[in-house]
Design a protein around this ligand. Structure first.
Ligand SMILES: O=C1C[C@@](O)(C(=O)O)C[C@@H](O)[C@@H]1O
Length: 147
């Protein structure tokens, strides 16, 4: 059975109460429950993790090598700043889907830059919490195709 790591970065622990007009009312624990339920449906296992710390996210990406077949990453604001995350993804050859709840390209100019996109399989943004489900399906399909 394939294994996915669902990794959320800074401030995503505040989902549900953080700027709900942008990020919605769904909490992180709701999102993780949704992902576990969807994993059962599509026949994969998921591990969910969140950290507010850049180095801890780098560790998670490095440790995923050999343990998980793919990663779904919402790197939060580190998307726009973190060369370290980009290097970790590239260095471990992770099969990774970049995810954002909001459409980062329809927001402030500083959110249009992503250090994750050049090393990701693809990007899903703007579909709120449902994006995690879309990302799981996309990753599953991508891994099937690359067999
Ligand atoms: O923390 C976040 C959340 C986000 O990644 C999203 O899911 O829409 C978008 C980022 O620009 C922002 O810093």
């Amino acid at each position: 059975m394939r294994s996915f790591l669902i990794l959320n970065g800074p401030n995503l622990n505040l989902l549900g109460t953080r700027q709900p007009e942008i990020y919605g009312h769904t909490t992180l624990s709701d999102v993780e429950d949704m992902c576990r339920a969807h994993a059962e449906k599509i026949g994969v296992t998921v591990t969910c993790s969140q950290s507010n710390h850049e180095g801890a996210l780098v560790d998670e990406i490095q440790n995923a090598r050999g343990r998980h077949d793919g990663i779904i990453l919402n790197a939060g604001a580190y998307t726009h700043t973190s060369i370290a995350l980009m290097d970790a993804i590239k260095g471990t050859e992770a099969q990774l889907v970049e995810l954002h709840l909001s459409n980062i390209h329809a927001r402030e100019a500083f959110r249009h830059q992503s250090y994750i996109s050049p090393v990701a399989v693809g990007l899903i943004c703007g579909f709120g919490a449902h994006g995690y489900i879309l990302a799981m399906d996309a990753l599953q399909r991508h891994l099937e195709k690359s067999l």
